[in-house]
Design a protein around this ligand. Structure first.
Ligand code: ATP
Length: 194
């Protein structure tokens, strides 16, 4: 049976960067955030979002991700509702995707909120990417041309590195990408031998 390896880390830790590295090594990689974004724009979900959040989170008849994020991050109850709409659908989509990867001994599921969503419980092993907080903040401010306050608000809605590390099997330290890739290779070697 194909094993599920969870890949997570704080905002700006390099999840996408490392996920792409695993992909370049021929490992099937599922990017949960990308699929959640696609699911958000399906007609069925748009209808639910409009019912719960109203027209203010729509732009040009599409769910406006930034407006929605703005809305839910200042309202924990609404964040819970949003999660209850999206998470089961992503899980379903992921399960169908895994079914199609049965020729592979393992796949990687990259998810920013692997722990917060509870989906870590369905992983066989978990890899967490760790980078000091100040470096992550600077990377995201630079990448998204956003403010310090915006990044902090997202960080405050997520688990800390310490919490993530305490529930992980492997850690990748990604202050230096070349070192991180070497660590990723070592983890791949272990996974392939299991
Ligand atoms: P998010 O949580 O916001 O989705 P992420 O964890 O997927 O972010 P990436 O988008 O992969 O993180 O990386 C964040 C930024 O940091 C990107 O601009 C990326 O190019 C850069 N980056 C990734 N790894 C390193 C590194 N080792 N050194 C310097 N910059 C890096």
């Amino acid at each position: 049976m194909t094993k599920i390896i969870g890949l997570t880390g704080g905002i700006g830790s390099g999840k996408t960067t490392i996920a792409n590295y695993f992909k370049s090594k021929g490992i099937p990689v599922y990017i949960a955030d990308d699929e959640a974004k696609n699911i958000l724009q399906t007609k069925e979900v748009q209808l639910e979002i409009r019912t719960v959040f109203g027209n203010t989170v729509f732009s040009d008849d599409k769910v406006d991700k930034n407006k929605l994020a703005e809305f839910v991050f200042s309202n924990p109850e609404k964040l819970k509702i949003l999660n209850s709409i999206i998470h089961p659908k992503v899980k379903n989509h992921f399960d169908n995707w895994v079914e199609k990867q049965q020729n592979f001994p393992f796949v990687i599921k990259e998810a920013a909120i692997l722990f917060e969503s509870g989906s870590y419980k369905l992983c066989d092993k978990i890899i967490t990417i760790v980078v000091p907080l100040d470096e992550r903040i600077q990377r995201v401010i630079h990448r998204d041309t956003t403010s310090y306050e915006n990044v902090m608000r997202r960080i405050n809605n997520q688990w800390t590195d310490e919490q993530r590390m305490s529930k992980s099997d492997y850690i990748i330290y990604n202050s230096d990408l070349e070192i991180a890739k070497k660590q990723a290779n070592s983890i791949l070697k272990i996974l392939k031998n299991q």
